[in-house]
Design a protein. Sequence first.
Length: 456
Amino acid sequence: MLNGRVSHWWEDIGLPEPRQQLRGQGTADVAIIGAGFTGLWTAYYLAKANTDLRITILEARHVGYGASGRNGGWLTNTITAGRERYLKSHGRQAVNDFQLAMNRTVAEVIEVCAAEGIDADILQGGELEVAYTPAQEKRLRADAMADAQWEHTHTELLEAEAAQGKINVANARAGLWHPHAARIHPAKLVRGLAEAVERLGVRIYENTRATTLRARRIEFDGGSLDVEYIIRATEGFTAGLAGHKRLWLPMNSSLIATEPLAPSIWDELAWNNGEVLGDYAHVYMYAQRTADNRIAIGGRGVPYKYGSRTDADGQTPQSTVEGLQEILHRMFPQTRNSRIDHAWSGVLGVPRDWAATVGLDPAAGLGWAGGYVGTGVGAANLAGRTLRDLILGESTELANLPWVNHQVRKWEPEPLRWLATKGLYAAYGAADRSELKGRGSSSPLAVLADRITGKP
């Protein structure tokens, strides 16, 4: 088994050829920190809207080095913190508009890929969430009832037989499915998007690590840039910027990929249409059938490293690999004799209230987007279009969505956030183990953990 080396996705297509470093002093109209989905989509839409803009992207390692090149390949319509988060502050219509915007984002990404000739193995089969314990089923059915009260959700409650007809998950008791999701190959998408923005005249500099952001000025290893607008698109690596240590928690997530599975196994699993798969555990999993017929399945491993340290190369503890294998074999017993070819990890950004945000301070020329908590493949595209509108000063529907300029308090200082994260995820794990033994409702441990973290 290959462990680390960024991700299976990059191993599959090969790491990108190194781009030029930036050194010395310079200027730009817009400078973007981070060459992942958020930064690249922002550059793409700005360059399309105004061909005269001088746009520069600074990347500490290489394009797609972070979550954009390591994720589970879910292009989906999820509002990160959930619809109820914004109901009191913005009202029902604003939340319905937000959901519709996220639905349309899935189609937008697919359309841009077609227009730009980006082959990212996209297959839109919708999203299926399954429950395989009584407690999970109770949460799933409650969500189905809640979804029915909102416009644009388009979710469908599936009983056991229908859920297993979508994907044959062993012992699935029920499922919740909606059409606004697609399987993608993350590295192919981020590579293709980088090439598209370069064709539009955007300059991408790699191995150029930004250290400090000031009003209209970026300092980086080896120089500085004076700019009109700075966009912070650093997601799980935000803690590495001066003054941002406690802004977003860098949460670790890990994946494994099987060897290509035999046609006979796929016949049994009935997983044929590009559906992405999740469950209703507290420490939830996420999976896809890859274009080359593997199962890529992920979930939480070691959730957080002391001092907001971030993963370097995707190395994954053996205990995490074994935990993901256990989930794989529980859901798909047919895979018990299948080899695991690759394991890897990465970090995603978690705000204190678990709510993603996009915004701009026009006076300082500082913009940002992120805190996606695992939903960034889709949300980053909407963020990029929203930042375009904010920078260009246009009062559009996107610029007025509920997540725009959303502010939240910082995470607690160490050692409190390390102790809390470690303890809370231990509680979630204990709750899942209790529910696997037949507990019929959510464990009090998980309910308490949700209240403490502010998790929706």
